[in-house]
Write a protein that binds this ligand. Structure first.
Ligand SMILES: Cc1ncc(COP(=O)(O)O)c(C=O)c1O
Length: 403
């Protein structure tokens, strides 16, 4: 910290130091698991007084968490300059759902970037409707068109950058600058870069959403989500989250705190390997396009360079022509990449993706491309040696040719 209390330490230092208050860790290095539903008061007066204090750090009842949850929430708040607090959720999907329910009410409308994580889209479209809240999808790359979308009822905009599956980077500061004067709350799913790769609140975001299941967990063995908010929105977020009984298990929070300590080094390794693999993929005749904003020349790279301080090993690539069956043969031939949902773990994953199933404002394949180039693959690059991953991809492309 400098003399004004401004954070000057680098991300690798901050992920090690954050959320380790001695009263929560005791003599242990990392906060241990505090399992409790009931916390006991000394007497009736203390219990009565306790009812009126609703804050992390104050023992009340398990539903408001305990030291393990508070330590994780505090760590995530500390990693996000401008944040007033963080709420935790049992999955990454619960995080945007509850965040939206915190800032919207019946009669309101939210604008949602069309490349948002598909279950978030489904919740917005089908779930919010039941509460009398409207949702409209939009192309976040169309900056000029954005102000015209804001209507009488529009109260919030939900962004995701890079977007799910197709990895478009949007101009978050410009969209936030257009949204704020019109009274909109700006929410961002920041799972791809995380707080060490993109400082969401410093770029105009009010609520920064993370699926902790990915990079913070880091080992493919837990489900968890978080929302970190500025001072304007944290009280609303806290109120709605607790009202809806949202809390995370202390066991999962302890695992997340363990994962957090190595997150910076894992993300650096994973994104460096992904960059090598992205370059290699770009040289393949079978590949029409590599979608990875960290790759110079790839879509979104200039904005990534301007706004981000890091990234991760999640990328997609589009095959040149061919049929969906050929794409599936390529995937099935891979040996080191498991076929599975999610990302952010130590092991590499692959998935055939179908952006056309979840788009209404951003057509897939893109209108300005060759319509034959439509079958795409998503890779999560884990911590294996990138040479081995490239050899695996190489032999899988050979299988594609056999067809
Ligand atoms: C961008 C993004 N946000 C949120 C989620 C939801 O996280 P979870 O799987 O923990 O529910 C995911 C899951 O894949 C995701 O990719």
């Amino acid at each position: 910290m400098d003399t004004n209390g401004k954070e000057t330490r680098k991300p690798a230092t901050r992920v090690v130091a954050a959320g380790r208050k001695p009263e929560w860790t005791g003599p242990a290095v990392n906060p241990p698991v505090w399992r409790a539903s009931t916390y006991l008061y000394e007497d009736c007066a203390a219990q009565e007084a306790g009812r009126h204090v609703n804050a992390d750090g104050v023992f009340h009842y398990g539903a408001r968490g305990g030291p393990t949850q508070w330590a994780l929430a505090e760590a995530l708040t500390a990693l996000e300059p401008g944040a007033a607090g963080t709420m935790l959720y049992p999955t990454g999907l619960a995080a945007p759902a509850i965040a939206l329910l915190s800032v919207l009410k019946a009669g309101d409308e939210v604008l949602i970037s069309d490349n948002s994580y598909d279950p978030t889209r489904s919740f917005a479209l089908l779930g919010l409707k039941d509460y009398g809240i409207g949702a409209r999808f939009f192309d976040p790359l169309d900056l000029a068109g954005f102000p015209g979308l804001i209507g009488e009822r529009t109260r919030a905009v939900l962004l995701e950058s890079p977007g799910s599956l197709t990895m478009e980077v949007c101009d978050v500061p410009a969209l936030a600058a257009a949204a704020k004067p019109r009274g909109l709350c700006v929410l961002l799913d920041n799972t791809w870069a995380g707080p060490t790769g993109f400082q969401a609140l410093s770029h105009g975001v009010d609520l920064s959403i993370l699926a902790l299941t990915k990079h913070v967990g880091g080992h493919s063995d837990l489900m968890l989500g978080s929302v970190t908010a500025n001072a304007e929105y944290y009280p609303k977020l806290r109120k709605r989250s607790l009202m809806l009984g949202q809390q995370a298990s202390p066991d999962d929070c302890a695992l997340a705190l363990r994962g957090l300590r190595t997150m910076d080094v894992r993300l650096r390794r994973s994104s460096a390997s992904a960059l090598r693999i992205a370059e290699w993929l770009r040289g393949r005749a079978e590949v029409a396009q590599v979608l990875f904003p960290m790759l110079p020349g790839a879509p979104g790279h200039e904005l990534w360079k301007r706004d981000f301080t890091g990234g991760c090993g999640l990328l997609s690539f589009v095959l040149r022509g061919g049929a969906a069956e050929a794409r599936d043969r390529l995937i099935d031939a891979l040996r080191l990449f498991g076929i599975g949902y999610s990302w952010g773990g130590f092991e590499s994953l692959v998935l055939g993706i179908h952006p056309e199933r979840d788009r209404s404002a951003m057509p897939w394949p893109p209108a300005d491309g060759d319509p034959a180039d439509r079958h795409a693959v998503r890779l999560w690059i884990g911590l294996e040696d990138p040479d081995d991953l490239i050899s695996d991809l190489d032999q899988a492309f050979a299988a594609l040719k056999l067809a």
